[in-house]
Each structure stands twice: as C-alpha cells, then as structure tokens.
Design a protein around this ligand. Structure first.
Ligand code: NAD
Length: 494
C-alpha cells in the first residue's frame, strides 16, 4: 500500500447513498437522510438514507420473496460456493477502495483497516464458501426398522445488526455463514459506518447473488434496528454491539415472533501479567497494542491490566515506554499508528470516563486528553490509569476507547477473582512462563477467549463470543455456521 494510492482514493467524492433493496438502490420512502461525518476532520462526507419501518418492511419482504423463490436457498451448495468465492475475489480486488472508504467513515488507521476490514471480510466469505459443500447432515443410530435423517435447513430471513468499529469484518462474520447456509439477509449497518457494507452489497450483486438475497437498510438503530427486531417475518437476528441494545433485541423478540437472537456484546477484558512473565518488553508492547489499537474501539480490547506486585513497577515503566511510541494522527497517513475516535459522542464519552476515574481517585499516568483538535477531527491520547480499584467505574464499565485501568495483585487466586470480577466475559490474556499456571488460568478465567503470552490475534477457524453479559452465540468457525440453520428430523418407517 502506497501513500499516493491512499491519497488518490481519499480524494474521491462519495455520492449520497441509498438503501439497497431487492437488488436495486432506493431512497427511504420518507426521503429522509442522515449526514455522514468523517471523524478524520469532522467534515460532512456524504449522506445515507434514513430508513423507517416501512423501508424495513420492503427489505424484509424482498428477502422473504427471494428466500421462498429458492434461487439461492435451494441452489446446489456448489453453486452458492461459486458465487461467494467470486464475492471474496471482488472484495479483494477492491480492497484499497473499501479500506479507505471505511476509514473516511469511522477513523480506523488504514494499515489496520485494510487487513481487518476488506481482507478479513474476503477471507471470511471464502472460508464459509468452502464450508458450504463440506458440511453433511446425519443418519441417526436408530433401530433397524426406521431411518432417522437429520437435515440442515436455512432459517429463512436473517437480520444482521452491526457496530461501527469493524463493520465489514463483523458484518462478514454474520452475512457469510448466513448466506452460505442458504438464508436471505437484511443488514442494518451502524449509522456511523454504513458505507462499506453498502458497497459490499453492490459487489455481491456483481458476483451473481440473486436479487433480494442481500439487502442493506441504513438508518438509526432506534428506528430501523428496532423495526427489524420487532418484525414478525425476520427469523433470526445476529447482533454485535452494546449490552443495552442486546437487551432490547431480546425484548423485541419476546414481544414479536420469538425470533432467534445471537448476541455478541461488550467486554472489560483482563490482561493478566504474572511476576514470571518471560519478556517484559515484548509483553508490555503487545499489551499496549492490546488496548490502544483502533483507539481501544475493539470488543476484545485488554482494558484491565492486572499485574502482579513483584513486576508491577518494571512492567508499568515498559508499558508507558511502549505507549509513548504510539503515534496518534490522520488515519489515512501511513505514518500514524492510531487513528481517530469514531465520533464526537464517543470522544465525549471517553473523556467522561477519564474524569470519573480521576474523581474516584485513580492515578493518571499518561494521556486523558483530546488531541489534534485543530484538525476538526476526534482524536484522543492513549490513557493509562494506575491504582484502579475493582469497585471503580473504570474497572467495571466498558469505555470502548483508549483508556487502560491497572490494578496490582499478589496471588494467582486474587488474579482470578479480579479477572472474573465484572459482569463481562469476552476475552482475557495471561502472561507467564509457567505452563501449568497458564493452563490453570485458561480454565479459571470466565471468557470466550483466553490468550496466553500474547494479546489478540485470532482467525476465522476459532469461535468468538462471550460468557455472561458479553453475550451468547458465536461468530466465526463452523460453530457459527450451525447458528444459521435449523435441524429437521425425517423419521422414516422401513
Ligand atoms: P450499539 O449497540 O450502540 O449499536 C450497534 C448496532 O445496533 C448499530 O447498528 C445500531 O444502529 C444498532 N441499534 C442501536 N439501537 C438499536 C435498537 N434500539 N434496536 C436495534 N438496533 C439498534 O453499539 P456500537 O456503539 O455500534 O458498538 C460498540 C459496542 O459493540 C461495544 O459495546 C462493543 O464492545 C461491542 N462490540 C462487540 C463485539 C463482539 O464481537 N462481541 C465486536 C465489536 C463491538
């Protein structure tokens, strides 16, 4: 990736975008639009359609028609595979365009965005495309006078509701397995980052996905999202976002048609460093990146550093040195290590957490302030607080910003107690040179993923999801694929 190529993409005007319904572009019936503000400089980038309930009805009806028609849902698996592989190739062919468009929309640093958004989405489509014709049904071990067959069938119409931090990557985690399984899909992108998913739908049509199989309704969560949640003809919702909205979706399902709800929610993930950590400098550098990459706007961010007392001072010193090297700046400048905060509201929320931590007596070691205000964009310094007690807000509430809370501990039991001492259970890490301790910690920590001697780093082959209030259901891997089909038994008397 060259700076000149990025600059060329960045200079392209972005035309106002409409809804993508039944294979065509259409404005919201009310003609309402929402401004898209770029977090890079606070300027108005373009507009998106602001869908209302009637638009959601149109999209769901188109998806239902496409599903019932069978052109996709009953297509031979090898045919679905071909289309999804073509889509993966198209995403890759447009990777730079998609990455820059996404960065202009949500502010993620381009190096990360390029890999985590188009390239990862292409990989996800490819992986599920390859799975389509390799997952079999079952023959049950019944008595000799019957034949028990277990078929897998698509659910029908699946709605995917996606957050703004990695809309393509997370969108693909839901759209790819849902389509591969034969469903029709309605996507509700986040209002703060809709542009790449709209482009994805266009590429899917180019790849040969039949009309109505993938629809995109942009707009406000409380309106378009709610309409999907309450819809009587949506069979399942796959959601990634906040716990507050996750609760609403369960309520909508209960009040409507008991649609299935898969929830991937937030976290307050512990990154646990023991005295016997093998390489302090490396662990500190990976830990800094584990919280500060994408300005902490990562669901699995290691936002609580639990560090054993014997190594506390040396580790914190190394961590501050690693943090000082992180360069916050224009996310489309290849020299920047960290980009913008996605919106003015999110920046204000982060600064509020900083003020609360200070008021509660935590010790600010670095950061805590807005940066580059003169750019008009939304930037924040990587922020580290020490002496954060478990009862403080900073230990309990997800910031979803570049704010790290450090708490010291003495024993392994205390580390486990602290690690499990929140309502969440999304991710964790353990740094130790003691293999037995590493395995004990993997068992003891309540989280969907426990990293050992690293932080983050994962791929499509393993499931991602939460324990406790970090949600249920899993993205990625064949476990996620299972979530987009129903089992049907055929019981045949012989
Ligand atoms: P959010 O919950 O505010 O919004 C997520 C999506 O829900 C958006 O598309 C939004 O428009 C929609 N929405 C909002 N109100 C709605 C309603 N009433 N009904 C239906 N839909 C509605 O979350 P966000 O701010 O976009 O994302 C940040 C959150 O997402 C954080 O909590 C983060 O931890 C979580 N997250 C989790 C994962 C994971 O894999 N577990 C990954 C990324 C982000």
């Amino acid at each position: 990736m060259k700076q000149a190529e990025i600059d060329r993409e960045r200079a392209r005007p972005v035309p106002p975008r409409q809804l993508f319904v039944d294979g065509d572009w259409t404005p919201a019936l009310s003609a309402a639009v929402l401004d898209v503000i770029s977090p890079i400089d606070g300027s108005r980038l373009t507009s998106i359609a602001d869908a209302g309930p009637a638009d959601v009805d149109r999209a769901v009806a188109a998806a239902r028609r496409a599903f019932e028609h069978g052109g996709w849902s009953r297509m031979a698996p090898a045919g679905r595979k071909r289309v999804l592989l073509r889509l993966a190739d198209l995403i890759e062919a447009h990777a730079l365009e998609l990455a820059v468009l996404g960065v202009r929309d949500n502010g993620t640093e381009i190096g990360m965005a390029y890999k985590a958004e188009p390239l990862s989405a292409a990989g996800t489509f490819r992986w599920y495309a390859e799975a389509v014709d390799k997952v079999y049904g079952e023959i049950a071990p019944t008595a000799a006078d019957v034949l028990g067959l277990v078929h897998r069938e698509p659910l029908g119409v699946v709605a995917a509701i996606v957050p703004w931090n990695f809309p393509m990557m997370i969108g693909a985690w839901k759209i790819a397995p849902a389509l591969a399984a034969g469903n029709a899909v309605v996507v509700k992108p986040p209002e703060g980052a809709s542009l790449t998913l709209l482009r994805l739908a266009e590429l899917a049509a180019e790849a040969g996905l039949p009309e109505g199989v993938l629809n995109v309704v942009t707009g406000r969560g409380a309106v378009a999202g709610e309409a999907l949640g309450l819809h009587m003809d949506v069979d399942a919702i796959a959601f990634t976002g906040s716990g507050a909205v996750g609760r609403r979706l369960l309520d909508y399902a209960a009040r409507s048609n008991l649609k299935r709800v898969h929830l991937e929610l937030g976290g307050k993930s512990p990154n646990i460093v023991f005295d016997d950590v093998a390489d302090i400098a490396r662990a500190a550098q990976v830990s800094a990146s584990g919280i500060f990459r994408n300005s902490g706007q990562v669901c699995v961010a290691g936002s609580r550093l639990l560090v054993q007392s014997g190594v506390h001072d040396r580790f914190v010193e190394a961590l501050l040195a690693a943090t000082a090297k992180l360069r916050v700046g224009d996310p489309l400048d290849l020299a920047s290590g960290i980009g913008a905060i996605s919106s003015a509201e999110q920046l204000a929320k982060n600064l509020d957490h900083v003020a609360a931590a200070e008021a509660e007596g935590a010790e600010r070691l670095t950061g805590g302030n807005r940066l580059l205000e003169e750019s008009g964009g939304f930037y924040m310094a990587p922020t580290v607080f020490d002496r954060v007690r478990p009862e403080m807000r900073l230990s309990r509430e997800e910031v979803f910003g570049p704010v790290l809370a450090i708490t010291a501990f003495d024993t392994e039991e205390e580390a486990v107690r602290l690690a499990n001492g929140t309502d969440y259970g999304l991710a964790a890490a353990v740094w130790t040179a003691d293999l037995s301790r590493a395995h004990r910690m993997v068992r003891a920590v309540r989280a969907g993923v426990v990293h050992v001697n690293t932080y983050g780093g994962t791929d499509i082959t393993v499931p991602l999801g939460g324990f406790r209030q970090s949600g249920f259901g899993r993205d990625k891997s064949l476990h996620a694929f299972d979530g987009y089909s129903d089992l049907k038994t055929a019981w045949i008397a012989l």
